[in-house]
Design a protein around this ligand. Structure first.
Ligand SMILES: Cc1cc2nc3c(=O)[nH]c(=O)nc-3n(C[C@H](O)[C@H](O)[C@H](O)COP(=O)(O)O)c2cc1C
Ligand code: SF4
Length: 441
């Protein structure tokens, strides 16, 4: 039985026998919500999602129903433009591990969500843009889509409703920037994935310059449960402005890493309690609330409610709810250098502050990490961040500065200790998870 603080909805069937099959999904009520939705007015489905308070689970927390409402609808007598739904299944923010397990375990939750959401926004073609590297997920999705077509949930005249929908699974080539929604659209159109200038926003001119809704996997997968149980049910979970249940990915120095589905507003202290706590004999040093692009927090933030407002008030962002937890054996400078190398590698090169800036960040950080830096390098590092933050073309550049500025805010002394000692003062082997007997395999 689930812990009383957990609210498994999306993950409820993950331990069922072959939960990815249509048979198992339908056995537990799958595709009932689709039938309910098809009998509703399309605007009523949009209103339901608005009333539920569902906010996008891809990082920014934008209200999902409101986003759907931005799609311009043809007036009487006007020829309707095509509309598209694009599901962002690129999941590549470091530490984020929720969409991939969801698509592996219960891909039909997503497929059903896609059909209901496409119906609501009057799209007749939907796309799931998934990372190409996760070939097992691509195959599982393709099989689920095939099953849905064969069962009449997709294709022409779905369940005699007169509604037609085609669903395409598209495998990207694997680039973090292709998770940024406009870069994703360029990539889906066959171009190099680089962010687009906005406006126009995708709701007006998105895929093939037509009105497009782009939503995260978890956002769309949450829709069937809202249709099935109602907006009030969903809104009864979570906090005043951050409603519903959500998937938290817990990784790092915890006894039982994994996905924990709980109401928004749960705290890291509670999640650690459920997941067995920190590895034996160690204590929490720092953590990310929503992946490496969100400023790090420390043990003093254990009781911060993990919702958009709570984490924002603590000086960070909820992001993807990827809680990467580090104990006192971890060198914060080294961890930040690793993340920065990732941003440098993934920078798409379109704008100078990020393309050049992330390269310089790595140079300066590496000098500091190996003990060859100085107080002047610390100031230089902050200056480099200042020249990227708010000046980059997209949020990748801004995100690259978050771990650096926040780690200097909380651990300046540790940076100084490196150049005082002339080397990194940590035993790097001690922070590897396989070092500890207390860690669960
Ligand atoms: C560099 C970068 C990478 C992103 N990667 C993802 C991703 O992998 N998955 C995702 O859903 N959103 C990602 N986003 C956020 C998307 O741009 C967009 O906000 C999101 O897909 C909208 O869906 P939602 O409203 O359901 O959250 C990324 C943003 C940036 C700037
Ligand atoms: S901020 Fe980085 S990833 Fe974004 S457009 Fe500029 S170079 Fe590309």
């Amino acid at each position: 039985m689930a812990h009383p603080w957990l609210t498994p909805v999306l993950s409820d069937d993950w331990d069922a026998d072959k939960p990815w099959t249509l048979e198992t999904y339908e056995h537990s009520g799958g595709y009932d919500a689709l039938k309910t939705a098809l009998a509703m007015d399309q605007d009523a489905v949009i209103q339901l999602v608005k009333d539920s308070g569902l906010r996008g689970r891809g990082g920014a927390g934008f209200p999902t129903g409101m986003k759907w409402g931005f799609i311009p609808q043809a007036k009487d007598g006007e020829a309707a433009k095509p509309h598209y739904l694009v599901v962002n299944a690129d999941e590549s923010e470091p530490g984020t591990c929720k969409d991939i397990p969801l698509m592996m375990a219960t891909p039909h939750t997503l497929v059903e969500g896609v059909i209901i959401s496409s119906f609501a926004i009057r799209a007749d073609h939907a796309f799931i843009y998934v990372r190409g590297e996760v070939l097992h997920v691509v195959r599982r999705l393709q099989r689920a889509v095939q099953e849905a077509y064969l069962a009449g949930h997709l294709g022409k005249n779905i369940h005699g409703s007169g509604y037609d929908l085609e669903l395409t699974v598209h495998a990207g080539a694997g680039a973090y920037i292709c998770g940024e929604e406009t870069a994703l659209l360029d990539s889906l159109e066959g171009r190099r994935g680089q962010p687009r200038l906005r406006p126009p926003f995708p709701a007006v001119a998105g895929l093939y310059a037509a009105p497009t809704v782009i939503n995260n996997v978890e956002s769309i997968a949450s829709v069937p449960s809202i249709v099935k149980n109602g907006a009030e049910w969903f809104a009864s979970m979570g906090t005043e402005k951050s409603k519903g249940m959500t998937l938290y990915s817990l990784s790092g120095h915890v006894k039982r890493p994994g996905q924990y589905e709980a109401p928004l507003g749960i705290t890291l202290r509670q999640l650690l309690q459920i997941s067995g706590g920190m590895r034996e004999g160690h204590e929490l040093k720092f953590w990310t609330p929503g992946g490496s692009s969100t400023p790090i927090l420390t043990a003093e933030h254990l009781d911060v409610p993990l919702d958009y407002e709570g984490v924002g008030a603590a000086g960070s962002m909820l992001g993807t709810k990827a809680l990467q937890v580090f104990d006192e054996t971890t060198c914060v400078v080294r961890a930040v250098l690793r993340w920065t190398e990732f941003y440098k590698h993934e920078s798409c090169g379109k704008c100078t502050p990020c393309r050049e800036g992330t390269w310089w960040l790595v140079q300066t950080l590496a000098r500091l990490e190996n003990g060859k830096g100085s107080e002047a390098d610390l100031e230089l590092l902050l200056d480099q961040c200042d020249n990227i933050l708010g000046r980059a073309f997209c949020a990748l550049g801004d995100g690259a500065t978050s771990p650096i500025t926040s780690s200097i805010q909380y651990f300046r002394e540790e940076y100084i200790a490196h150049f005082t000692a002339g080397r990194c003062p940590f035993d790097h082997a001690a922070s590897t998870v396989f070092e500890t007997a207390g860690a669960t395999p």
